[in-house]
Design a protein around this ligand. Structure first.
Ligand SMILES: Nc1ncnc2c1ncn2[C@@H]1O[C@H](COP(=O)(O)OP(=O)(O)OP(=O)(O)O)[C@@H](O)[C@H]1O
Length: 263
């Protein structure tokens, strides 16, 4: 018998790349475009970046993060006593669903920012479980990943269906996405991978971008409208439909078959 997940055929999109290249901006625009085009579908946005930011871009107030839940469940387990593992597991599930913020057209959850500097491994492990618990309940899951390779290396993104690698025009940016792709080929069961070259200068730089074997889904120029929105902390749902970042994200989603290009 097919599982719920197979029946639902959840699409899980992970957005990854070097720091500061536009992952959050593009993840937010993906959520917007999916929500606008598929009003009847269940869409989940996950801010998996401890640097946070997706909530602001989507106009969300976060109260409880995945890290808060992890700490509460660990504290409950340490108290021990009469509570058994099954009870704690049930409580963790309840807390995860309770922490979902319901917005207009999508749900949201954030990993949070663990205070202990340097090591996100515990919360990353928890995040992996949270993704797998929640994915069954959604048609689309959009994950704004942490900068760099860590979450791919630690198999947090093991089961994503679409891996979107974002770069700017820097050599470092393209190097990072080629490394992510190489590691993902070993560790991630993705169906499709593609690159988005973002925040490009006005001169034509496409010939200099060394993307290796990663197909390019869109080239997005520097977008003055987005820069202004970001400055004011405004919600990307209000960006004009023809803003460069909205158009580029639409083009990328169309190329991977998640939009039909008309919208
Ligand atoms: N196409 C673009 N044109 C102009 N500004 C952009 C563009 N894309 C992103 N930016 C700006 O670049 C900055 C970094 O973008 P963003 O936060 O989306 O990147 P990030 O990769 O998620 O960063 P981090 O790794 O720190 O989480 C933001 O100020 C954002 O508004």
């Amino acid at each position: 018998m097919p599982s719920d997940k197979e029946k639902r055929n959840t699409k899980i999109l992970a957005v990854a790349g070097k720091g500061g290249v536009g992952k959050t901006s593009i993840a937010a625009n993906i959520v917007r475009l999916l929500a606008e085009n598929y009003p009847g579908k269940r869409i989940l946005a996950i801010d998996a970046d401890p640097a946070v930011g997706l909530s602001t871009a989507l106009g969300i107030e976060v109260e409880t993060t995945i890290d808060d839940i992890r700490k509460a469940v660990v504290a409950a387990a340490e108290k021990g006593g009469t509570r058994d593992a099954v009870e704690l597991l049930g409580e963790a599930r309840y807390r995860i669903f309770d922490a979902l913020v319901e917005a207009d057209g999508f749900s949201f959850i954030a990993v949070g920012r663990p205070e202990a500097a340097g090591c996100y491994c515990k919360v990353n492990l928890y995040l992996k479980e949270v993704i797998s618990i929640l994915a069954d309940n959604f048609d689309y899951v959009v994950i704004d990943g942490e900068a760099g390779i860590e979450q791919i290396n630690r198999r947090v993104m093991e089961k994503v269906t679409h891996l979107l690698l974002i770069t700017d025009s820097s050599r470092k940016g393209t190097q990072v996405i080629r490394t992510i792709k190489k590691v993902a080929d070993e560790l991630v069961m993705y169906e499709q991978v593609g690159a988005i070259a973002n925040r490009l200068p006005s001169m034509d730089v496409t010939q200099y971008l060394e993307m290796g074997d990663i197909p390019v889904l869109a080239y997005i120029p520097s977008d003055a409208a987005l820069a202004e929105f970001d400055l004011k902390g405004e919600n990307v749902f209000f960006l004009p439909k023809d803003a460069a970042i909205v158009k580029g994200t639409r083009e990328a989603l169309t190329k991977i078959g998640l939009l039909d290009g008309e919208n």
